[in-house]
Design a protein around this ligand. Structure first.
Ligand code: C2E
Ligand code: CA
Ligand code: CA
Length: 831
């Protein structure tokens, strides 16, 4: 993930390294000495030739050395006395103050001359080149012919003029450079004539003679004067007239084309380098072996809140660190010495490729150092804050659930591995709690995923608030949560489980709707139930299944018998797929009577599965599996057809009631299934009653409401089943005009024992009466309950007391003698 950035920054460091290396090569190959000064006249750049020419020791010319101190260290051979150094300095100062280019010459005791050319770098300082113009032995020792020879052969053109500017002598080079014909030379010829005759002679390749003539007046003065002339061939020559002490002038002419082009190349090079440095996305700081700054770029200074004064060439790295520390740039409390020691140890000695430094404002800087072949290092400073943030974010996302920000399965497994290790090492036990929201699937399917997601977020929030220091909680997916708890005994997990159940039983408000849910919890313990992660997860899952099967909103500890049950559930799932085609289903019918007249009014169809090996399996066991697998759709269609067919044989005053699953409402084909069943059985729709639970209606979904209206338009009755066990029951009664409310069995059981139960049944029955809706009391098992239901205002009754669900043949017999309260067949139990 980091590779491209790494390559980029390494690329930049390589570029700058190369730039500096090129620079060094360019400078070391130069014939001239070169020294670049900043505006404070400190050395920013120099080459070796410069040290050689001035005979300076290593220490006397370094980055950052002030010009003045260079002068003071110049070898005595170059400047003999303190007085002459002083003169030189004053001369220099005066010239520098003019801010235009100038040159200076210094005749060495050996007769050779050192020439310095100073050229201003706009707003930045000076470039100074120096060269030796003539080298020879001491004058008193040289022989005349040797001198003549030397003069003829030096690269400088020389011409001696007397005080009336007549030619005394000139060398071959002078004539060459000026393009003069030796034949036109006469002693005593006037300088002006010399030039005009040269012009007359038609030496077209000669210099701009007119210029030379015109400048005659400027040239011959009391002080030395230098002029530069551009030759038509593109060369540049420099002409200098120097007055002699005893009258007359010496004219020196030099072809400076090469020197100038070298200088220009250098300028270009410096410009290029500066531009490259300025535009680097990363900070750069090059420094020498002594960890002194060679150069820095703007980005580097910005990163460390430095200004150009702070980061002058020659400044020790330690100083820079002190500066940025003083400005509060760094986080942590390393002092400059420690920081430098750390940098040296890690980057230079241990060659760590990159050092990450966190700054006080939160930025993250990746520091890389690369040695330069010429000694010293190039450091690059890359701001990787974003990248660091992104990496951290990605790392976080890989191990957390995006919806709730709780640890996900990956992180949970890691935490679990640690916990298991501790448990195995003989510490506390590790309790693993697997949690599952009780009616999440219904909420999600009916209220929509955004509501489901919001509910999960709120549940997660409650968990993490409550468990902060007690245990770690993760979301494993869907509505599955898992908790790890380090415990001394199982009792602690019991307490936690009860606390969690209480937490979730408080209603949640999502989008203004009050949602009631519950959780089932399965608990497994390590090392008691095992120490392998997957095994323990399985144990907790099994315990969770048990908790759900045994009423939900409760917890169960794992016990080995649960494994057997799970295998059974899997077997049900497998066998269910073949059961319909194998004709293993049939219906039983449970009568409902009018509580006043005792007349048989409705008969509810209840599905039975007669498993070839297991015998009768309760719908409570297989309907949820059929719903999960979608098998409920063909199965429900079969129930409709069978129930209608059977009902066609009953007296026309009796309706048949068929239960519909919420899953069937997800299929638009439901309406067709109903019409088809009615048509095939030639049963009028008015004899069909469809029982739906609140789960179907949880959604204010127009499609479902529309389907219900269509079913009712056919003529079917719609009953609300299990009223009171759902969510916010009363509000759903308003969403559709039901024909009947079936009050859940639990209220009828309660009504006998608790006054609240009675109050609820009375209220619902009263509501039904006021709305003109029938109310059925479910689960009437005793004559007392029957009497109570009637007294509280219920209009219809259903229950074992009236009749257990009956096979068709028994039912037909029952219909024949409806007055009987119980039949022998009614003693059969299903579950
Ligand atoms: P339900 O719709 O509430 O059906 C009534 C359940 O209560 C039946 O259980 C019935 O046997 C039982 N019952 C009736 N009177 C009494 C009583 O006095 N005391 C007690 N303790 N129980 C009584 P069953 O047949 O086991 O059905 C369970 C559930 O399975 C049904 O509850 C219904 O939700 C579902 N179911 C049954 N058949 C179908 C079907 O064809 N389609 C769908 N979607 N669900 C069905
Ligand atoms: Ca029912
Ligand atoms: Ca019911």
């Amino acid at each position: 993930m980091t590779a491209p950035q790494d390559q980029a920054s390494r690329g930049e460091a390589d570029d700058s390294k190369m730039l500096l290396a090129l620079h060094a090569i360019a400078m070391s190959g130069m014939e001239h000495g070169l020294c670049v000064l900043d505006k404070d006249l400190r050395v920013v750049l120099f080459n070796r030739r410069c040290r050689e020419l001035l005979r300076l020791s290593h220490g006397a010319l370094q980055l950052g050395t002030p010009l003045r101190s260079i002068l003071d260290s110049i070898s005595d051979d170059v400047a003999t006395t303190t007085a002459s150094r002083e003169t030189m300095w004053r001369e220099l100062e005066a010239a520098l103050a003019r801010h235009t280019e100038f040159d200076l010459s210094r005749t060495l005791p050996n007769g050779a001359a050192l020439r310095f050319y100073f050229r201003p770098v706009p707003g930045q300082g000076w470039v100074c080149t120096c060269g030796q113009v003539a080298a020879s032995e001491k004058p008193e020792r040289r022989r005349l012919d040797q001198f003549g020879h030397a003069v003829e052969n030096i690269s400088l053109g020389l011409c001696l003029l007397d005080s009336s500017k007549r030619l005394v002598k000139c060398n071959q080079r002078f004539m060459e450079i000026c393009g003069l014909d030796p034949n036109t030379l006469r002693p005593d010829v006037l300088y002006g004539d010399l030039l005009t005759s040269a012009k007359r002679a038609g030496i077209e390749e000669g210099p701009a003679i007119d210029d030379m003539v015109e400048r005659e007046g400027e040239l011959f003065r009391a002080e030395a004067v230098t002029r530069r002339l551009a030759l038509p061939q593109g060369q540049t020559i420099e002409m200098r007239a120097r007055p002699l002490d005893r009258g007359g002038w010496i004219l020196e002419v030099e072809d400076v084309t090469t020197r100038l082009s070298e200088e220009r190349a250098l300028h270009k090079h410096i410009e290029l380098r500066d531009a490259a440095l300025e535009h680097m996305a990363h900070g750069l700081c090059a420094y020498d072996e002594d960890l002194r700054v060679i150069l820095v770029n703007r980005r580097y200074m910005e990163t460390y809140a430095l200004n150009p004064e702070d980061a002058r060439p020659g400044t020790p790295m330690l100083e820079l660190m002190r500066c940025s520390i003083a400005r509060g740039v760094h986080s942590g409390n390393l002092d400059a010495e420690e920081m430098l020691a750390d940098l040296k140890a890690r980057l230079i000695e241990n060659k760590e490729p990159v050092l990450h430094r966190r700054l006080a404002d939160g930025r993250m800087i990746a520091v890389r150092h690369q040695p330069m072949s010429a000694g010293g290092w190039v450091g690059t400073y890359e701001d990787i804050t974003e990248q660091d943030r992104t990496e951290k974010y990605i790392a976080h996302m890989a191990r957390h659930d995006p919806l709730t920000d709780l640890p996900n399965r990956v992180l949970f497994h890691e935490q679990m591995a640690e916990g298991l290790e501790r448990a195995a090492a003989g510490g506390n036990s590790l309790a693993l709690l697997c949690l599952d929201l009780d009616n999440f699937k219904t909420i999600n399917d009916s209220l929509g995923h955004p509501t489901g997601d919001e509910l999960l977020r709120k549940v997660a929030q409650r968990f993490s608030n409550a468990l902060k220091d007690v245990a770690t909680v993760a979301r494993l997916g869907g509505d599955e949560f898992a908790i790890l708890q380090s415990v001394r005994s199982a009792q602690e997990s019991t307490v936690l489980a009860q606390q969690l159940i209480r937490l979730v039983s408080e209603p949640f408000i999502v989008d203004g709707i009050e949602l009631n849910t519950g959780i089932s919890i399965g608990i497994a313990m390590a090392p008691e139930n095992g120490t392998a992660r997957d095994h323990l997860m399985k144990c907790a899952d099994l315990a969770l299944y048990r908790a759900k099967a045994e009423g939900r909103n409760t917890y169960r500890f794992f016990d080995p018998s649960m494994d057997v049950q799970l295998r059974e559930r899997r077997a049900i799932e497998r066998d269910l797929r073949h059961a319909l085609s194998a004709a293993e289903f049939h219906l039983e019918y449970q009568p409902q009577i009018n509580l006043k007249t005792k007349e048989l009014v409705v008969i509810e169809a209840l599905l039975r599965w007669n498993h070839p090996e297991r015998g009768l399996i309760s719908p409570a066991e297989f309907i949820p599996v059929a719903e999960e697998t979608g098998l409920i759709v063909p199965l429900g269609k079969w129930v409709l057809q069978q129930a209608c067919t059977d009902a066609a044989r009953w007296p026309s005053t009796i309706r048949v009631a068929v239960n519909l699953s919420p899953v069937q409402f997800r299929q638009r084909a439901l309406l067709a299934a109903v019409t088809h069943a009615l048509a095939a059985a030639a049963l009028p729709a008015s004899r069909l009653e469809l029982e739906i639970t609140e789960a179907v209606l949880l959604q204010q979904d127009e499609i479902v409401i529309g389907m219900l209206h269509q079913l009712r338009e056919l003529g079917a009755h719609i009953a609300m089943d299990d009223f009171g066990t759902g969510y916010s029951s009363l509000s759903y009664l308003r969403s559709f005009p039901f024909d009947k409310i079936k009050i859940d069995r639990s209220f009828i059981t309660d009504a006998g024992h608790r006054p609240e139960g009675e109050a609820i049944v009375r209220a619902v029955a009263g509501l039904g009466a006021s709305l003109g809706i029938e109310t059925t009391a479910e689960g009437i098992e005793t004559p007392e309950q029957l009497e109570l239901a009637r007294r509280l205002g219920c209009t219809v009754g259903q229950g074992f007391l009236i009749s257990r669900p009956l096979p068709l043949t028994d039912l037909l017999r029952f219909i024949g003698k409806p007055a009987r309260k119980a039949t022998p067949a009614a003693k059969r139990r299903v579950n």
